[in-house]
Design a protein around this ligand. Structure first.
Ligand code: ADP
Ligand code: MG
Length: 265
């Protein structure tokens, strides 16, 4: 039985917002520990978040492909910096930072999120995409996982923003080896299954989730984004096509292969 607090199932079209998806995760007693601190972007909230976390990401609530994503760092009271695209800029005061951000941002809603100090491979940051799909036995299945290595000058890892998809085993190899690495990847897949389950409880219609996970230096996974219209094609970038084939098979099975992308990915 759904708990009293659970709202009635909503239409899929409400799932495009990063803010509403974050709120779903924050309500979950076990999943919330994996969600970076997140607020709606404003003059006060950015200030508070920078004081607390020193490094934050600003993202359009309805963005995709890493577009418009900005990394902001507070070095000290007299040095702030932000990085958008391949362009870093620094400022002496918070006011100057905020007013410059106002010119760089588009006129739409943004969130500000605690930055995850992502693991690196050959001095480039990387994060992880995990694909979870309803399978032909009506169970959630983690059908694919892949690492995404950022372009050296960028602060996002998205494929459509010059990120390089690579086998996760390679990117994790400086940090974990052998059975430990395999077990670690299994825990990430489990986390994916739980997230898919939770979203499905609230939105019974949908059949797949593409999870963006960031890993910090203590190897803690953080939920950066839950995509409800995830692309299959990133998995086609791997030489081994096993995952790609399974992802496509279940997309077809679920009637989602030719789905037109109406919402965010
Ligand atoms: N809180 C964060 N900490 C570290 N990196 C982040 C954070 N948020 C976003 N990023 C980086 O920016 C990329 C794009 O952000 P994401 O929230 O996935 O939005 P989009 O819808 O544009 O893909 C992520 O894949 C990650 O590389
Ligand atoms: Mg993303």
């Amino acid at each position: 039985m759904p708990s009293k607090e659970m709202p009635p199932p909503k239409k899929l079209s409400t799932l495009g917002s990063k803010w509403s998806k974050t709120k779903i995760l924050l309500k979950h007693p076990r999943l919330r520990q994996f969600v970076p601190d997140t607020r709606i972007y404003s003059y006060e909230n950015l200030y508070v978040m920078l004081t607390k976390h020193k490094m934050v990401y600003i993202k359009p609530v309805k963005g995709s492909c890493g577009n418009g994503v900005i990394k902001v760092v507070k070095h000290n009271e007299h040095k702030y910096a932000y990085h958008l695209g391949t362009n870093p800029r620094s400022f002496k005061t918070y006011k100057d930072l905020y007013s410059s951000l106002g010119k760089s941002k588009l006129k739409r809603e943004y969130i500000v999120q605690q930055g995850v100090d992502l693991l690196t491979y050959q001095n480039r940051i990387f994060d992880i995409r995990i694909m979870i799909q309803k399978n032909d036995e009506k169970k959630w299945e983690s059908t694919g996982y892949i690492g995404r290595l950022a372009h050296p000058q960028k602060i996002v890892t998205n494929f459509h923003n010059s990120g390089k998809p690579l086998p996760l085993e390679i990117l994790l190899s400086p940090y974990l080896q052998g059975v430990k690495k395999k077990e670690y990847i299994d825990t990430l897949k489990d986390l994916g299954d739980q997230i898919a389950e939770e979203f499905h409880k609230r939105f019974p219609g949908f059949k797949e989730v593409g999870l963006d996970l960031g890993i910090d230096s203590s190897l803690k996974p953080w939920i950066i984004e839950v995509n409800t219209r995830p692309d299959a094609y990133i998995f086609n970038q791997l030489k081994d096509k096993t995952m790609f084939r399974r992802v496509l098979y279940l997309k077809r099975w679920n009637g989602l292969l030719n789905y037109k992308k109406k919402i965010t990915r």
